[in-house]
Design a protein around this ligand. Structure first.
Ligand code: MBD
Ligand code: FE
Length: 284
């Protein structure tokens, strides 16, 4: 018998993402001059947009209401990471001359300090997750010359076969499909997980109303989230996608890069396997 779980809602996942974010200390040493310059440009741009489109009072009140709702639903982490984070990621990548593995957005559902797993491992999962098609994901973390980085950590997190992330939907074990894989002496890892499905961002709240209002869709392509770290090297936050998968060329979050698309080898038993290596730039 399957157990009845409370249905996950946008409000539920949103407020969890907001609560988690509020627990992180955030700080920026932005000068007053720089803050003023940015605020002024934001306000000027908003004013110009209002002028250009001759925004009505009804539209202004709808905007005000929507801003209030997105806060009350806790959906600022969701909306910002879906619609703005990719620009911030690009700016901060292009500012350097990185040549290692490409990054992508973190999204709202990262949780630090996932339990450590050995280089060869299976992701923590429930029996129902084991019924989904398995994905054997292996590779090596190296420096730019290809030398293996032993003891590097590969934090992996992704949605289950129903599209839910542990700690952001009810009834899922805390660290389900989350782990910190520690590479072996040669920097290698070899992990068994499940192949995630295309993912609908929560769309029964204000982020969904926003998308509906312009006739868009709330889908992201199936993806794995990763954070790769080794002392002395640039940390990489990235995502991996699947060649030929739905929405790979039409991601609501605009976070797909060609270098991050996996070409899976399909096995006869329905499982698939792939090798992906991470090359880390030296910390500058
Ligand atoms: C996700 O899983 C995600 O990766 C992003 C960027 C936004 C919402 C949900
Ligand atoms: Fe995600």
């Amino acid at each position: 018998m399957s157990q009845t779980q409370p249905t996950p809602t946008a409000q539920d996942s949103g407020s969890k993402a907001t609560d988690k974010f509020k627990n992180v200390q955030v700080h920026s040493d932005t000068s007053k001059e720089r803050a003023f310059a940015i605020y002024k440009d934001v306000l000027d741009a908003l004013g110009q947009i209002a002028q250009k489109h001759q925004v009505t009072y009804d539209e202004y009140r709808v905007l005000k209401n929507w801003l209030i709702q997105i806060g009350e639903y806790g959906e600022w982490p969701l909306w910002l990471d879906v619609f703005l984070e990719h620009e911030i990621e690009k700016i901060n990548y292009d500012r350097h001359s990185y040549v290692g593995t490409k990054g992508s957005i973190e999204g709202p559902y990262y949780v630090p300090n996932a339990p450590k797993l050995p280089a060869q491992c299976e992701m923590p999962m429930r029996d129902q997750d084991k019924a989904a098609p398995a994905l054997f994901f292996q590779g090596q973390v190296t420096d730019l010359e290809g030398n293996g980085l032993g003891g590097a950590t590969v934090e992996l997190w992704h949605a289950d076969e129903e599209g839910y992330y542990s700690q952001f939907a009810p009834g899922i074990p805390e660290w389900n499909l989350r782990g910190t894989i520690v590479t072996d002496e040669e920097g290698r890892y070899d992990v068994k997980t499940l192949r995630p499905a295309p993912y609908q961002i929560p769309h029964d709240g204000p982020t969904g109303w926003f998308i509906e209002s312009y006739g868009g869709h709330p889908w992201r392509p199936a993806h794995l989230h990763l954070m790769v770290k080794h002392p002395g090297y640039r940390e990489i936050t990235t995502q991996l996608y699947f060649k030929g998968g739905d929405y790979t060329d039409n991601d609501v979050a605009t976070a797909v890069k060609p270098e991050l698309i996996l070409d899976l080898q399909q096995e006869s038993d329905g499982s698939s396997s792939v090798t992906y290596n991470f090359a880390l730039d030296k910390e500058s």
